[in-house]
Ligand binder design. Structure first.
Ligand SMILES: [Zn+2]
Length: 247
């Protein structure tokens, strides 16, 4: 087996393969030497449950073990949902589908966790994931550097809050508070949300002198004289090309 990085919730199963544990069962996957018609690698899956050991090599995909496990779990969910007579019910042997149906909540949870990264339960886990020390100062610095708007982070009771000011204005993005436990994906999503807000505020307030030669009124009813700086950015402006003034 290649040297692969196994991150939670994925584990090395008793088959010594990357996989997950779901209640009383293990699901493992292994890349085969085979490829399907268009050249996608074929993966073999193993479902080891009290009802028996089941395996097939009918999973095709170009992703790594993490992405392929996500697909595998999604197929299991689809099969469980449509059992006994839906169109996906025959994707797996019947005992596997029945087991999946019985454990569908857990399967969905693990799939979400694979998809959105590990669950962040405290500041130490957060620090590890963003590559900082578990202090407000270090985390804040990391967040500041990894966002275009220069976002901030503060520790709050049971979690963290992120936000950002918008340079050259007195406005700021609405902060987002995350309370443990949250998914790594939710943390990155919060920072993206802050970036989006800053971007919107920037576009509303950083028009250059060529943006509105006739003057304009912004969506809040503020009037701007012809050529006044600080009006909304005109996306078609010949002067700044829709980027606004450079600070
Ligand atoms: Zn302009």
């Amino acid at each position: 087996m290649d040297c692969i990085e196994i991150q939670p919730p994925m584990i090395i199963t008793p088959r010594l393969l990357p996989g997950v544990k779901i209640e009383d069962g293990f699901i493992s996957i292994e890349k085969t030497e085979k490829t399907e018609g268009r050249g996608k690698p074929i993966w073999r899956w193993f479902v080891d449950i009290p009802e028996g050991e089941f395996t097939r090599d009918d999973l095709a995909g170009c992703e790594g073990h993490r992405g392929m496990m996500e697909s595998m779990l999604a197929f299991l969910e689809a099969a469980a949902e449509s059992y006994p007579d839906g169109e996906n019910a025959d994707l797996f042997p019947i005992p596997v589908v029945e087991w999946a149906q019985h454990n569908s909540d857990e399967i969905c949870m693990i799939r979400t966790e694979i998809e959105s990264g590990p669950m962040i339960t405290d500041i130490k886990v957060l620090a590890e994931i963003v590559g900082a020390d578990p202090t407000e100062r270090s985390l804040s610095r990391r967040v500041y550097k990894s966002t275009e708007c220069g976002a901030w982070l503060v520790l709050v009771e049971g979690g963290v809050r992120v936000g950002s000011i918008v340079e050259g204005t007195d406005r700021c993005a609405d902060p987002v508070t995350l309370t443990y436990p949250f998914l790594a994906g939710e943390f990155w999503e919060a920072l993206e949300d802050i970036e989006r807000q800053c971007n919107t505020i920037w576009k509303e307030t950083h028009g250059c002198e060529k943006c509105w030669p006739e003057g304009t009124v912004d969506q809040y009813g503020n009037e701007f004289k012809p050529g006044e700086v600080g009006a909304p950015v005109n996306p078609e402006c010949p002067g700044c090309g829709g980027d606004g003034i450079i600070l």
